[in-house]
Design a protein around this ligand. Structure first.
Ligand code: NAP
Length: 285
């Protein structure tokens, strides 16, 4: 079998046109979706992500503000900025790029963002709502994966979905979304026994490990759908996923590329969440 590559770029281009059309309709009513992105510190990968988010805002016709803060910014300074943005009616979504400098508490920052403007869906209020299935915002990466599955007509219902990774931003919410869509979900992590066996039993395998080439062909069932969330940089500076793409493509039915797969979808889902935040805030709900 030779896998169909699911192009995040193509799906994103289509979805962004739809977001732009909805943003245009909102603008006609006097509301321009606004996103504030905060970058604290000098992590080079974060700087690239923030630039891509700014570009996506332009593409979708959003208002955006970028705050680049030096690494020595204090937690109080960052929290004051967030408080100011919480109160600013032009800003509907606030995103503070992680990781933060070590002296700033991630949890304090997440808690400071108004849940109505929490377009990353990291605030406990939004996390709880994902558990119950009654949510406005879904973390952008798992939301992007679901949009890719939907676009390809892949229904998780009744399928064995194996998620490798249990982080708060990817693995856990990914598992909940698959469960809400009636998948039978197994979550794996670094203490999972017989990981290769578990992976081989997956109809849909999601790799969110952060280790280049971690998923090899012998861990994949013939015809499985394989979603590669990983973004890893090799010693040569090349960006690669968690999946050995060439060999897994010979066994999987569908596979996502890296780059050009889940990463670009993540930013598109951020645009969708910001649009939704603007719609809800302008309607007063
Ligand atoms: P993370 O917080 O480091 O979590 C990694 C997970 O992988 C952990 O749950 C860990 O298990 C598990 N793991 C590590 N080694 C393992 C092993 N040998 N066997 C089984 N499980 C193992 O990472 P993350 O934030 O979820 O990100 C995962 C990857 O996705 C990274 O490459 C990241 O860059 C990428 N990412 C991509 C996007 C995107 O837009 N495409 C967005 C976010 C992240 P334990 O919990 O037991 O330690």
């Amino acid at each position: 079998m030779s896998a169909t590559m699911i192009s995040g770029k193509e799906i994103s281009a289509k979805l962004r046109l739809s977001v732009k059309a909805q943003a245009d309709a909102l603008r006609a009513k006097g509301v321009v979706p606004g996103l504030a992105v905060i970058l604290a510190g000098d992590d080079p990968a974060s700087a690239i992500y923030v630039r891509n988010k700014e570009k996506a805002c332009e593409e979708c016709g959003f208002y955006s503000e970028k705050y680049v803060l030096p690494a020595e910014t204090s937690q109080d300074e960052l929290l004051s900025l967030i408080a100011k943005l919480n109160a600013d009616p032009r800003i509907h979504g606030i995103l503070c790029q992680l990781p933060l400098p070590a002296h700033i508490s991630e949890q304090a920052v997440i808690l400071a963002i108004d849940p109505a403007k929490d377009v990353d869906a990291f605030h406990p209020v939004n996390v709880g709502r994902i558990m119950t299935g009654d949510y406005d915002f879904v973390p952008c990466t798992p939301a992007g994966v679901m949009a890719m599955l939907d676009e390809c007509g892949i229904d998780p219902k009744g399928k064995h979905c194996v998620v490798v990774g249990r982080s708060n931003i990817v693995g856990k919410p990914m598992s909940m979304l698959l469960l809400h869509r009636h998948g039978t979900v197994t979550i794996c992590h670094s203490r999972t026994k017989d990981l290769a066996d578990v992976c081989r039993s997956a109809d849909i395998l999601v790799a969110a490990v952060g280790k280049a080439g971690f998923i090899t062909a012998d861990m994949v069932k013939e015809g499985a759908v394989v979603i590669d969330v990983g973004i890893n940089r090799t010693a040569e500076g090349k960006v690669v996923g968690d999946v050995c793409t060439a060999e897994v493509a010979e066994k999987a039915s569908y596979l996502t590329p890296v780059p050009g797969g889940v990463g670009v979808m993540t930013i598109t889902m951020l645009m969708q969440n910001t649009l939704k935040a603007a719609e809800k805030q302008s309607a007063g709900v």
